[in-house]
Write a protein that binds this ligand. Sequence first.
Ligand code: NDP
Length: 349
Amino acid sequence: MVPEMRVHSCPKQRAMVQSKTWVLARHFEGFPEDSNFELKLEQQPEPKDGEVLLEALFLSVDPYMRPFSRLRMKEGGVMIGTQVAKVIQSNNSAFPIGCHVVGRCGWRTHTVSDGTGLTRLLSDWPQEVPMSLALGAIGMPGLTALYGLEEVLGLQAGDTLLVNAAAGAVGSTVGQIAKIKGCRLVGSTGSDAKVAFLKELGFDEAFNYITVSSLEEALKSASPDGYHCFFENVGGPFCSVAIPQMKEFGRIALCGGISTYNETIPQTGPYPHLTMIFKQLKMEGFLVGRWEHKNQEALRRLMAWKREGKLQCREHVTQGFENMPAAFMGMLQGENIGKAIVRVSIEAI
Ligand code: NDP
């Protein structure tokens, strides 16, 4: 659905734009529900000197929004999030009319910004590559995969790597980069269609963690000698079962814990201490923003792999700004293969 851009005349005869926004009506308790969200209209002011008016083309729905909502958002505030947007009015020479940016604008169709938190798309973004990938494999999730593998795990050719939530935005990129680097790859995911997708991507082994009779047996049979590296996206019982499958001196990149994000009562043990001590494992949590200074170079590498056909960038696209909450909740339930995004503008088709 195309967002309406209503233009009103105010007493000073300036064009005013009304933005659609999704606000957090009340904090999530457990799994999100429709009633947590409210669609509102927000009058955008005329851009002042140094400011631009943005129109959203694609918005991202990401797991971090669930835990960050508690930390970063107040009830009644606009949902946090990133979008690919077009500059449609500009008083800022760094962002001329017509250029495209990735912006932390929240769940809004239109935004007046002073440029804070805006990044222009790579200057030579190829026409044949969808701009929505700037929210996925050639954006934050792709960078997460790359930095987790290179900076945290120090992945080496010949390593056996385990990744969970493997068919998602981060996981599917992790797997493909690990293949490029000459690793043996095992992926866990939540449906048979996703397992088939992982095989298409070149995973050596893939299994459906929901239908296997024993997760421990599935991990053992996928790699009887254990794992050098584990790219951890899920947390909870999966992590408890996976850690004992690590080789001695194994490395674990703690990227996410999506199985815990909607809990009302925190999970408890088993605790990994003895296994980690006796196997002398290394586990490191990380946030993608730590290596922001490397982003331009890293995005160029991801783009090069995409253009060389080494990086498949599947997307799960929901149409229409009105469907943001449904897209978000669907992603948390595992509906997506690849990156979950929402397309809002007709221009984005
Ligand atoms: P995905 O595209 O992977 O989508 C989320 C997926 O999580 C779902 O498709 C589903 O896949 C899986 N999932 C949902 N609930 C559960 C559950 N209870 N148990 C196991 N799997 C579940 O999301 P992203 O690629 O964007 O994010 C993946 C992980 O990376 C998340 O934990 C996220 O928080 C983290 N992350 C961390 C960053 C950092 O800087 N540290 C940056 C970006 C992401 P399936 O059907 O396979 O279960």
